[in-house]
Design a protein. Structure first.
Lengths: 513, 59, 246
């Protein structure tokens, strides 16, 4: 029996909520437990899972606990939930743990030489802290989303005045002197500097460069809205300038969706006058010819391939052509494999926003209309992201799934549960996934995915295709993740684009029959 | 501090929010401090009294 | 009657062989009442040294009101609880200011109205030592430790001493009296040492040792200590890089 309870005005961070839910699910007789901040989006998800939230009056600052258990267990499980929230059972009980400061000022007295504040608070608190940090002379990496455009402009204007950088809002990845901040993969350093509006875009390019034996010194995030005309590319331009000045960097790379025209002009001008090689990857654009001092790429792997060739002093065009050849082979293979599968549609279930975007683009080229919750065109937006139709790509890192709830790269369980639902739909022919490794990500992301795959109740199951974005140095042990997925029968590819090409070709191959 | 000095000296990070980012930085031997931030809980009146105390002492 | 043989004592434990009455027993602390009406404690963890305490390997199961004999002949001094005045390093101000915010929490906000006049907090608040008493102890300790030009009203503390016996428990009152008398517990002493110095890890460890102690006591004590430091510095407030304090 599913029941809910609301705790008014309680603040707990998402990790605590997830871990308490996990503890409750261990209790015998508890079929399901979920703890969320009572945002509209979360209430919708709980309603979809048949929790009785219809008559609940709650604000996003309230905590809502949903438990599926028998009536007589309910009071004790609820008590346990309250206890776990106050005294987390997974925390050690030592008295002699170090004190963590509770304020920026306190932290500054402990680390006066601090030069960056990494802020991952809920959006409505994050902007104020970011402002304080800038006032105190710190650069800011703002992981938080739900920061308004006005706030972003204000923060970046202040940063510009002070010669500081704001990475974000919604910046999940950065690398400085080879050290990863937020979600990042273990890669060597090298003569490349990257400015990226996209977190997983940066991760993918770094991972592909790593495969080609090339390291990255700095990878600076700008947040997705930086290149809008209202923001004016403040962070992008500041980052490019800083990379220009670094004598250890010989190639500057800019990654993101196409900027607004006047910002684009400023960015390309800056890149071309850098005196170094420059590579732009404006995703979603059609191919354009290279210009003196600046090469254009349209995909993340291509961006890495061109960059690597420049570092090695090789001909980037030759490298591109080898890549197109590889892609053609993958597509041919996909069409062949797809011929015998049951179902008609491709479903992409992604944790990385840019990986989803790139894959959806590829699928669109091969299959025509592709729907989604963050689609390439407005008219392709799904009315309900929990109910995909035809060929659909869902980004589970989007706002609607991450308010007061952990990002799918940290907690794979929600996406895994959606995977089961999608895969059991007989109309689905191919399921495509990304699995992102590295710091910040879950300890064993493939585990939940594989569990979901193995639990599928369907006679002729869909084809599973995945790309593991990771390196040998990553904490999750790349080889082990690959093994787990391979044993579950998943088709694996060495880049996001290759996996998408194969998956889309498999469905296209079907249609051709 | 400036962006330039950040890139020259390597990151020294104050982490405000998720603890996993802090532990990942420590694993990479980055100098870092974890801030256990919580939103202010007290009612306005109580907060005012608290601030007055601090304000009084500042002189 | 059981005889107990500690191996190290605090310098203010004068009696070499005496009979005590058990007040309370915890897993690592045994609290005793002496014939002089003072609290004495036997501890099994050296971190718990405090005024009139002695370190013992273990103690048996004892009940309140039982009598025990404690034998300290030839036992060396392991701890001196006398507060020694030092200058606090003003660079830590950002850190200690945080501790006043502990009073915003549910369980401690009853103390907020009295922060300017801590004597009013005697016996107030939750905890086996009422949180208000922990605050006063921290407050008195800070004023006893921090070397500053500020003059502070020792009359305030005389008034507290007069009311202690009637306003709070015996045990908690002992804690307040010791603090007002210029005596300090080891964890407090380590904190003071850290705040006079410049080592971050020393400071964070020392704060952590107190923050986690007891259910609320540690936090209430730190809040009081913070208020005491602020009071002591009110005539010589440092500025930092020309910036504002929060």
């Amino acid at each position: 029996m599913k029941r809910v309870e609301v705790f008014r005005g309680e603040y707990y961070d998402s990790v605590t909520l997830m871990l308490v839910a996990k503890e409750l699910k261990k209790i015998e007789g508890v079929a399901d437990a979920t703890l969320n901040m009572a945002t509209q989006a979360n209430l919708h998800i709980m309603a979809y899972a048949s929790f009785p939230v219809d008559s609940i009056a709650a604000s996003p600052d309230d905590l809502i606990i949903g438990i599926d258990c028998s009536d007589d267990l309910w009071p004790s499980v609820l008590e346990k939930a309250k206890t776990y929230l106050v005294s987390p059972p997974w925390k050690s009980r030592e008295v002699s743990t170090e004190y963590n400061p509770k304020s920026l000022e306190g932290a500054l007295s402990v680390l006066p030489e601090a030069n960056l504040a990494l802020i991952s608070l809920p959006g409505r608190y994050a902007a104020a802290q970011a402002s304080r940090a800038l006032e105190r002379g710190l650069n800011v990496m703002l992981y938080s989303d739900n920061v308004s455009l006005e706030e972003e402009i204000r923060l970046k204007t202040l940063a510009k005045e002070k010669g500081l950088l704001v990475m974000g809002p919604d910046c999940g990845t950065a690398v400085i002197s080879g050290k990863g901040l937020g979600f990042s993969n273990v890669c060597p350093t090298g003569p490349v500097g990257i400015v990226s509006a996209s977190g997983t875009g940066l991760q993918e390019v770094m991972v592909q460069l790593n495969r080609l034996g090339v390291g990255v010194k700095h990878g600076l995030g700008t947040g997705g809205r930086d290149v809008k005309s209202s923001v004016g590319g403040i962070s992008s331009l500041a980052a490019i300038d800083a990379l220009k000045d670094d004598s250890e960097i010989s190639v500057i790379v800019a990654i993101g969706k196409p900027p607004s025209p006047e910002v684009r002009q400023k960015i390309t001008d800056s890149l071309k006058s850098s005196g170094k090689h420059a590579v732009a990857c404006f995703m979603g654009e059609s191919a354009r010819s290279d210009e003196p001092g600046l090469r254009y790429t349209t995909g993340l792997e291509e961006c890495a391939v061109v960059t690597a060739s420049l570092v090695r002093g090789e001909d980037p065009q030759l490298a591109r052509e080898r890549l197109w050849n590889d892609y053609r082979e993958v597509e041919t293979r996909g069409r062949r494999e797809g011929a015998g599968i049951s179902g008609r549609f491709l479903r992409g279930l992604f944790s990385g926003g840019t990986l989803c975007y790139e894959a959806a683009q590829v699928a669109g080229e091969l299959l025509g209309e592709v729907y989604g919750n963050a689609p390439l065109r407005e008219e392709l937006k799904l009315p309900d992201s929990l109910d995909p139709i035809e060929n659909s790509f869902i980004d589970y890192g989007e706002d609607e799934f991450t308010q007061g709830r952990l990002h799918p790269m940290i907690d794979p369980s929600f996406r895994a549960s959606q995977l089961k639902i999608q895969a059991e739909d007989p109309s689905v022919a191919v399921v495509l996934l990304d699995i992102v490794l590295g710091y910040g990500s879950a300890a064993n992301p493939s585990e939940e995915i594989v569990k979901a795959i193995n639990s599928i109740d369907r006679k002729n199951g869909p084809l599973f295709v995945a790309y593991v974005c990771g390196t040998e140095g990553d904490p999750q042990v790349y080889g082990r993740q690959i093994d787990l997925l391979r044993k579950a029968g998943v088709y694996l590819f060495e880049s996001n684009r290759r996996a998408a090409i194969f998956a889309a070709a498999a469905v296209a191959g079907k249609e051709k029959r | 501090m400036s962006l330039k000095s950040l890139l020259n000296n390597g990151p020294k990070v104050i982490n405000i929010g998720m603890e996993r980012f802090y532990s990942d930085l420590r694993e990479q031997e980055v100098e870092t401090v974890m801030v256990d931030w919580k939103p202010p809980l007290g009612g306005k009146e109580l907060l005012g009294k608290l601030r007055k105390i601090r304000g009084d002492s500042v002189g | 009657m059981i005889s107990l043989y500690p191996s190290g004592k605090s310098s203010d434990w004068k009696k070499d062989r005496k009979v005590f009455t058990v007040h309370s027993a915890y897993s690592s602390v045994l609290n005793l009442a002496g014939e002089d009406g003072r609290r004495y404690s036997l501890i099994t963890d050296g971190h718990d040294f405090q005024p009139r305490s002695a370190l013992i390997e273990a103690f048996p199961d004892l009940k309140a009101s039982e009598s025990v004999s404690v034998i300290l002949e030839d036992v060396g001094i392991s701890y001196d609880p006398t507060i020694v005045r030092e200058k606090v390093n003003p660079l830590w101000r950002g850190l200690w200011l945080e501790w006043l915010d502990f009073l915003e929490e549910d369980m401690l906000c009853c103390l907020l109205p009295f922060v300017a006049d801590p004597g009013q907090m005697l016996g107030l608040g939750p905890g086996s030592t009422p949180a208000g008493d922990d605050f006063i102890a921290g407050f008195a300790t800070a004023l006893g430790w921090s070397e500053s030009e500020a003059s502070w009203n020792s009359g305030e503390f005389t008034a507290i001493l007069e009311r202690v016996d009637s306003c709070t428990t015996w045990f908690s009152g002992e804690m307040v009296k010791d603090a007002v008398d210029g005596m300090i517990w080891l964890r407090g002493q380590q904190l003071c040492k850290a705040l006079a110095g410049g080592s971050s890890s020393e400071a964070l460890t020392a704060v952590g040792q107190i923050y986690g102690s007891g259910h609320l006591s540690g936090r209430a004590w730190l809040a009081g200590f913070s208020a005491g430091l602020e009071r002591s510095l009110s005539h010589s407030v440092p500025k930092r890089n020309g910036g504002q304090f929060s």
